[in-house]
Design a protein around this ligand. Sequence first.
Ligand code: SAJ
Length: 425
Amino acid sequence: MKLCTIGLGYIGLPTAIMFAKHDVNVVGVDIDPRVIDSLNRGVIHIEEPGLQEALEEVLEKGTFSSSLNVEQADVYIVAVPTPNQSDQYKSCDLSYVLSAVNRVIPYLEIGNVLIIESTISPRSMDDFIKPLVEKTGFIVGKDIHLVHCPERVLPGQILHELVNNNRIIGGITPQCTDAAADVYRTFVKGEIIKTDAKTAEMSKLMENTYRDVNIALANELTQICHELEIDALEVIKMANKHPRVQLHSPGPGVGGHCLAVDPYFIISKSPKESRIIQLSREINTSMPNIVVKHINELMKESPTNVLTLFGLTYKGNVDDTRESPAIEILAQLKEQGKYEVRCFDPHVLHPLVDINIQDALKDSSLIVILTDHDEFKTLNGKYLSGMERKRIFDTKHILNKIEEEIEYIHFGNIHQFVKKQVATI
Ligand code: SAJ
């Protein structure tokens, strides 16, 4: 089998290398010459544990090469970005996917399998990609097997999850699904679950939407409990003792390139019906404003105007700041111009970030924890000695041990510190 992958990013590259490890002859294609140069020099251009070694292995074996140009193959996999557009409902920008398919079309031959792994809005396969392929005269399901196979791997564990996760295979016809299932059986040890293209599209989007909606519920609970002077975090702990309840955790908002993006792909396709999904997005995107309002209250009458943000990434233990609520909070505080804002994040190299925790905390009146990095969980008094007031507002509620001298504020007890009712969204 020969395979051509289009898009060599966080998903395309590990997928291409995984097939090559399993003796498939793979050419990986990308439009960025720097990516191709780097891979041809034997160096991966993204950070992912085990991937560098895997690249070296497949280059040595001779089963993987990379190129700027598509080549004739038996199977094509498209894994290119699908950003939000800037329209009213932030719909899915399919242009990179359509352009990748257009690049494959001249090479298509009867019997080929064309797989789209990029996250796409529901019905994209039926309404846009199938007609594009059929414009060539090929019949999908008979001549060409067209399939959506969403990826669901977690950065940091991609090589393990590619092999072990379940895989949803959604073909335009059952024949398409069967053909793609044979392709993934090359290395997938998880269950291969067969369905149709539009169910596969929607199920991928709903996985992340489910999480976004549940986080919004937890975030809304913090607002209700603030008003009613109840400890929201205790409420969550108690409610989760029920065997069938799993409330999520509140926080400063929802970031990253999945939860903060995918729900809009559903909303834009069905704006009238997607009421909870829209409201959840609204609640989660309002959290940075709420955190900034709390900060303003907590900084009233503070001994200095210095405050320190801990963590700029969208979640803990990653270096990714895409769509990060912490970045939004930093921007709002900078725009207000009321404080000297310092940032500390051992995972982020940025001119705004202090490398040294002592520098970040000198004369500070407040630490605001915005990301659940492991390094922050054991924060203790010895680091805080340079602070003017030892006060922590922990939006992720992650400190393991709270020393007496520290004023520890979180979404459970914020009402004791910020009496004034904070405007909800
Ligand atoms: N968050 C909360 N409260 C919670 C859980 C998360 O505020 O209870 C916040 C995080 O801090 C972060 C955001 O949500 O800002 C997203 O984090 P995440 O870990 O939930 O999700 P991602 O975006 O890193 O990865 C998700 C995963 N999807 C699900 O768990 C359903 C992953 O499996 C997918 O591969 C990935 O999206 C994707 O590519 O779609």
